[in-house]
Design a protein around this ligand. Sequence first.
Ligand code: PMP
Length: 405
Amino acid sequence: LSAFDVSSVRADFPALHQEVNGHPLIFLDNAATTQKPQAVIDATSHFYAKDNSNIHRAAYALAERATAAFESGREKVREFLGAADKHEIIFVRGTTEGINLVAQTYGRKHIGQGDEIILTELEHHANIVPWQLLAEQTGAVIKVIPINDRGELILDEFVRLLGPKTKIVSVAHVSNSLGTVNPVETIIQIAHGRGVPVLVDGAQSTPHLPVNVQALDADFYVFSGHKVFGPTGIGAVYGKTQWLETLPPYQGGGHMIRDVRFEKTVFQHPPEKFEAGTPDIAGVVGLGSAIDYLFKVGIPSIAAYEHSLLEYATSALSTIPGLQPIGTATNKASVLSFVIPGIPNENIAKHLDRHGIAVRAGHHCALPAIRHFGLESSVRPSLAFYNTREDVDTLVSVLHRLPRK
Ligand code: PMP
């Protein structure tokens, strides 16, 4: 592997090269969304400029090009996730829609009154609310794996919660509010030992770590394009063939049928069975280009670079008087949540913005995780591979100049 060259990757991201409030932008809100390399912007605009057509339906040149581009995006996602077969990849709007798709299709077929769904205390609301909606529809019950005060899952509790009524486990690979990297491989092994399938929310793992759904043996794995340097409005669900072939469709409409009569409709095979209507074709093209870009830079080198940047930032932030890190797991990625008691989180974020530094202050759509620490919100810088030690140094020096009274 070649050494990671951060200045050369930074040159690929036009949004990083601008001033905000008279300062060079330092973008540290990567857990919310990521900036796009020029290649993604070009691929998307090239699609609209030259290849735009609906897919799968017509036999003219543009439709063929659009269909080929769309299906090659599916193949890229397959490779990105390490899936065995591209028919195991379903395009959706993002992680949120992906989890709703699994909850509703798996749930309709396999979950009933009194059945149990296991989640964790550190989930994003997107991996809580869809299961609550399902529980309301079916009479199922939600059980929650607690975290310790470092923000790590307590696996003994997981083993205790697993029972004969457990029908699915749904867990984030990486927490968006604390940065904890969860031992999903172990969780999957334990669950499979009891015959229970596992959905992994990969929204925060895919931007930072190599993922291989076959090595993990995940049943479902979901992520968002916009968090992996691709467009908004596109994401994917990986589902093992055995599940996709037996689950009912999610939404009904065009594209997902083989035959329609008022008496009976015959559905397509997966993945089309789960892709009703015209998809975000340009989004898939952009996502494919983002994946090409990540492969070119090298995901293992990205992970190694970010790991050392996170360690550097963690120790640099510890020099700020009164700063309390939230989430101090041994195994973390990207996220540096903190509070400074006595200073409102919004004031900290606004002070940083006045210096061109973009961070989020809030509950990060993970209220139960934040409340574990007796808080309603935190300040959350989050790193991507285009961030530098200089970004961290500036963050820390601007925090040292925080007005306190
Ligand atoms: N899960 C996690 C862990 C996330 O970080 C996010 C986005 N913040 C989501 C789910 C939801 O993703 P999206 O809004 O792209 O659907």
